[in-house]
Design a protein around this ligand. Structure first.
Ligand code: NAG
Ligand code: NAG
Ligand code: NAG
Ligand code: NAG
Ligand code: NAG
Ligand code: NAG
Length: 358
């Protein structure tokens, strides 16, 4: 076979796979219409409605609300012992449950707007005794929103197998909202990575600390030579020892570069990602008068609450005119367009590239 034919063949196989893979996203929701015996139409789960619960099914379709229920954890475990996939919605509100281990068999949660009435598809709130979710086998969440709040004793999510949270459509924003006043609560790097994977747009409204992993090499909480993942803010001011951040790949905190004499940011040449929780700005660049450009060589992704990903002010004119970096940073934050207030003094990247002529 000539290499050209080979190439063509490979292209076809590739296209075929892409088409097939994109169908998988929908088959779970489609299977619901074809198997009515696995639908749960009662919504509110209680002793009475439990009699109609399709507990023999591995895929259950419906909007499940477990709210101030008269079922205890043991009874719930019995009902959910076969569940693998839940299509529809899930709300657990105002219960006395200490964990959600009755759902430990659940592998995939898929939102489906045909069921239920609330837009809060995955909601776990006001459970005063809840210590952890403990969804031990959950690998995938496909939902536009994830809302976990006001569970005042929550210590951890405990979603050890979670690989990815994503939307069904390609370009929608996942709103991850985790609010807690439990001082013990923290989220793990693995859970956080699942929420921010791929090209998914993610609006992180997570007001919590990040669990410091033990015995994890190359993770640090203060800038250290050789460290690849820093959990904490990174303040860079005049005289900063750049060796401490040359190996840094991921920053879980604010990158604040203020009043330095740096001419470029090549010393952050390994940094690919910034994740900032807690309603704070992810990237601050202020008062760097000698900058020749605003390039962060490998920075490809900035995750934070969507409106607060960056603040630029009072840097050199050259850096504020660097439209290439403007586009690159905007893309890293998965923003499509619009004005980018501080980067170019109220101008968009496009307006910096093509200044309006008068
Ligand atoms: C879930 O995972 C745990 C440990 O990872 C395993 O022991 C358990 O059997 C699984 N539960 C179900 C219901 O599949
Ligand atoms: C998402 O993609 C669809 C189809 O490609 C497009 O019509 C829509 O405007 C996009 N939405 C956003 C928020 O970019
Ligand atoms: C969390 O908030 C609840 C309700 O507002 C309050 O009763 C509780 O004491 C708070 N817990 C902590 C640890 O602050
Ligand atoms: C970074 O600077 C801010 C503002 O000056 C300060 O509050 C914070 O403690 C500093 N963080 C670190 C890790 O030095
Ligand atoms: C950034 O650092 C400067 C100087 O250390 C400090 O004054 C400022 O408050 C910091 N900004 C943030 C958002 O941490
Ligand atoms: C990136 O990290 C590697 C390995 O730690 C190091 O050799 C290299 O010099 C770093 N790159 C930059 C631009 O500092």
């Amino acid at each position: 076979m000539s290499s050209q034919t080979m190439n063509l063949l490979l292209k076809f196989i590739f296209l075929f796979l892409i088409t097939e893979l994109s169908k998988i996203d929908c088959w779970e929701t489609r299977s619901c219409g074809t198997n009515p015996s696995c639908e749960f139409k009662q919504t509110f789960l209680s002793q009475i409605t439990a009699q109609k619960f399709p507990k023999h099914c591995s895929t259950i379709c419906g909007f499940l609300i477990i709210q101030k229920t008269d079922l205890n954890a043991e009874e719930l475990t019995g009902l959910f012992k076969n569940i693998r996939i839940l299509v529809g919605g899930l709300q657990i509100v105002g219960t006395k449950l200490e964990n959600l281990k009755f759902l430990a068999g659940l592998r995939r949660f898929v939102q489906d707007n045909r069921y239920g009435f609330s837009s809060e598809r995955f909601k776990i709130t006001y459970n005063p005794e809840l210590r952890e979710l403990g969804l031990l086998n959950l690998t995938t969440i496909k939902s536009r929103s994830l809302y976990i709040a006001n569970n005042e004793k929550l210590e951890k999510l405990n979603l050890p197998k979670l690989e990815v949270a994503k939307c069904l459509r390609n370009n929608c924003t996942i709103r991850v909202s985790i609010k807690t006043n439990a001082s013990k609560f923290c989220i793990t790097l693995k859970e956080l990575n699942a929420f921010t994977k791929k090209r998914n747009k993610c609006d992180l409204n997570i007001d919590s600390g990040i669990c410091i992993p033990e015995n994890e090499p190359r993770v640090c909480t203060v800038p250290t030579e050789g460290c690849e993942r820093l959990i904490g803010d990174l303040n860079i001011t005049k005289g900063f020892d750049v060796r401490k951040v040359e190996s840094l790949k991921r920053l879980y905190g604010t990158l604040n570069i203020t009043n330095t004499d740096f001419t470029d940011f090549r010393f952050l040449g390994n940094l690919t990602r910034i994740v900032r929780l807690g309603y704070k700005t992810a990237l601050v660049v202020v008062g760097n008068k000698l900058l020749r450009n605003m390039e962060f060589p490998k920075l490809r992704r900035i995750d934070s609450e969507i409106r607060r990903f960056a603040h630029f002010a009072d840097n050199s004119e050259a850096s504020h005119a660097d439209f290439k970096s403007c586009y690159a940073l905007r893309k890293a934050a998965l923003q499509k367009g619009g004005l980018w207030q501080q980067f170019g003094d109220g101008r968009s990247c496009e307006q910096i590239e093509f200044p309006p002529t008068r």
